[in-house]
Every structure is written in C-alpha cells, then in structure tokens.
Design a protein. Structure first.
Length: 240
C-alpha cells in the first residue's frame, strides 16, 4: 500500500495515467494472481511502463525461485512447483503477456536473488553446482531488483531512526524515491533507484541508516541484487 501510494505521487505528470492493481492478503492467491496478470495484460500497450512489485514470501528450490501465494500449503517435494508462482510463471508473465516496452520487477521476498544468480546455489549462498539456470532479466529483457542475494532471508521490522515498519527492501525503495536523484535532474532513473537500494538495504539490515538518529543491533546479512540488460530510463519524479 505504501509503495502504491508513493508511486502514484511520484509518477504524477510523468505519465498520462497511472493505474494501480492491488492483490492484498486473501486476494493474493495463486489463481487470482494469474487472473490479475491476464486482466492487466489486456490493458497494457507497448508504449506503457509496467512495474511488478511484490512484498511476500519467497523460496528457492534447486536454484529455481518461487513466489509464495497466500493460499499456499506446504507439502512433499514438488509442492512448490504445483502450488506456488514459479520462475517460469514470472517469465511467461513478463516476456509473453505484458507487452510494455519498459518494465521493472521489484521483489521483497526471501531468496529472490535466485532469479538473477545465474548458477545453482545452496541456501547458504555458496556455489553448489555450475549448471546454469535462466536469469529472469536475461530471459525476459526486464530489469529485476531483488531484496536479497540467493539463499538469504529478507528482513522486516521498524527501521532504525524512524517509526516506519516495512520490509528492509521496501523501505529502501521508498527512500530511493526521495533521495536517489544523484544527478539532480528531479527524476529517479532506474540506475539511481537500483544503486540506492543496493547501498541502503545492507545498512538497514545492520540497523545503520545514513539519516538515522540512532542504530539498533546488527541483524543477519542482507544484500539486494540487480540484473538488467535494458537501457536506463526515468521511473518517477523525485518525491519531496
């Protein structure tokens, strides 16, 4: 909700119209997410810009990423492939259904770095095999910014020096809309957004924020990851 609200404010005037489609709580089931993507795909034109933002659970199995829907129930091996939103589903959404020339994927989930890792990794982020797997940004041509490296958990909580409770990645994205305009042109470019988030997430996870009035004890390591093959472009206006 905070991301949707901030993006509507930050993109006002940059685009002719901003449409937000939310899938919250009980609406974020596997079947409904597929339906919503189908619905949005019918409305999106090549000249549009599309942003997929997910703050949810995520898991990687055999170096393959899965977005966990609200109605997921754990089970025996193979359950993720049957009941979750797999990396192949995301690839189909972004490469085949969404026709917008410009698109960004922002994932605030555990183990989301598996989408851009490029080779198999264990759950402790050490190389388990050199057998290659598809990188989502290469398979779809869409830039992908993830909350974690492969094998890492995505933290959340009250951010040090603030009273705001968010996922660390989500807070860094929101912070980027206000503070990542490094070239001073009043716009937040994709490269600026990604660089800011990658800088801020580890600091937030460690309880150290550049503008924080105080710090909290360090937590587990968390490092955002970015993969892109496309050109840079303005995502939003800088928020004041």
């Amino acid at each position: 909700m905070a991301f949707a609200d901030s993006m509507k404010k930050a993109t006002a005037g940059l685009y002719g119209e901003v449409r937000v489609t939310l899938a919250l709580d009980r609406d974020a089931t596997r079947d409904n997410l597929h339906r919503l993507v189908d619905k949005v795909a019918m409305e999106v034109h090549p000249r549009d810009t599309f942003i997929l933002f997910a703050a949810a659970h995520g898991a990687a199995e055999n170096a393959w990423f899965y977005l966990i829907p609200q109605d997921y129930q754990n089970g025996p091996p193979g359950t993720l492939a049957e009941r979750a939103i797999g990396q192949d589903d995301l690839q189909d959404w972004l490469a085949n259904r969404i026709k917008a020339r410009k698109a960004i994927v922002l994932l605030d989930t555990c183990e989301s770095g598996a989408l851009i890792a490029g080779h198999r990794r264990s759950r402790i982020d050490s190389v388990a095999s050199e057998a290659g797997v598809g990188r989502l940004h290469e398979a779809t041509g869409r830039p992908v910014l993830t909350a974690t490296a492969s094998g890492q958990a995505a933290g959340e909580g009250v951010i040090a020096g603030s009273r705001e409770g968010h996922g660390f990645f989500t807070w860094a994205v929101l912070d980027a809309l206000r503070h990542s305009d490094t070239n001073g042109n009043g716009l937040i470019e994709l490269s600026e957004l990604a660089a800011h988030v990658q800088t801020v997430v580890p600091k937030v996870a460690a309880g150290i924020v550049v503008r924080a009035a105080s710090a909290v004890p360090a937590t587990d390591k968390q490092t955002a990851r970015f993969g892109s093959r496309g050109e840079d472009f303005a995502v939003a206006h800088r928020l004041q």
